[in-house]
Ligand binder design. Sequence first.
Ligand SMILES: [Zn+2]
Length: 459
Amino acid sequence: MAVDLRISGGTVVTATDSFEADVAVDDGRIVAVGDAGSVPDAEETVDASGLLVMPGMIDPHVHIEDHFSVDTYETGTGAAALGGITTYIDFAWQAWVGELSQYEEEGTLLEGIEEKREKGERAVVDYSVHGAITREDPDVLEELADVVDAGVTSFKMFTAYEIGLGNGFMNRVLERIADLDAVGVFHTEDPSVCDELTDQFKREGKGDPEWYPQSRPDYAEAMAAEDAVRMAREAGAKYYGIHTSCRKSADVLESFREDGSKVRAETCTHYLALDDSIYGEVGNQAMIAPPIRKPDDNEAMFEHLRRGSLDVVSTDHCGYMLEGKQVDNWWESTFGANSLQVSLPVVHDEAVNKRGFSYPWLVRVMSTNVAQTFGLPGKGTLDPGTDADIVLFDPGETYTITAADNASAADFSIYEGREVTGRVKRTFVRGELVADDGDVVGEPGHGQFVERDLPDWEV
Ligand SMILES: [Zn+2]
């Protein structure tokens, strides 16, 4: 009996190894990886000679179709497909009322999950959500077990903005998270330091975007990270530091990894590939929190990734329009930038091409570690029996990034004009071709909500 698909003649890359092999896919799953002679015949064969055959990338930090993104599930997941990202984790919001909110009334996490699942019916690639806790409402503590049962096993908390939680409440949530064996995901910036500096800059008329990074300094990120990770350790909860941007913050998190089991963290593509000179070049387009830092911080991110004290590279993709960036003062700008479509080529270029990181490392930090950290056992690997989420990548093709190619609704790219070597050629989600040589070919609705397990961080 012939299987559905065979990917032939490529170099398979896993989290630990790379080797020449064919990959056979049937009914949406990988069924064999091996020598051409050992892999079953297929109805369709894809020639992957000269290409890398990697597990689909998994991005655990994405904003699509909500308060922080103009992307719909169709445009956002199209960008993901073109970027070789086959699963991503978005946010289900506990509805809050405030300036940043589109909600008219408060709601629960379970309602937030339902809202995202309905929107996700047009998704091209697979997705999950983190539960985002936005209010100090003790009722949420009662809800967490049901949220875990609904396949959402991680909870995001912010220390800053109107949705920021105080240490006391975060501490209570962390105790509950520890009981449930779930994961606490933290955006850490000390709000009083950032707010005071922002107010000062406003009074002094320092509205030029080049002032922006100084309003949210690296030490403020490290301060809040230290508080949160310390509380997580006391509670015995798993801690995941989101968008680590600087040496000081990464050093703090590393210092709490002594027992090796309960602290993990990510950085984002832009903290690897861009430094604060970007604010002089593209102004508010690069308005992102935490800010893009100094060249030394770029290198610190690579040092921590090399040591394994940072585990993951994510995008923090937020689809915004130029219109929201074309304002007189940086504090009037929207915060966030799109990058799902270009993250893999940019990280490949910066890490593998320029700094000698390996391909298995690339697979680990952009796929396998994410699956393992967030409870996605059927993803992030090419092992037989797992989902046939596969990206075919040409490591030698050079091209220039331009927003003209954006599948995202966003009309700019902070990587505009950057030449990168390495390009996504084809992306498969559960055996279906969703991106083909720069075109989104997946059907909206092919993407599925993935119920996640409680992850085991001991392995
Ligand atoms: Zn984010």
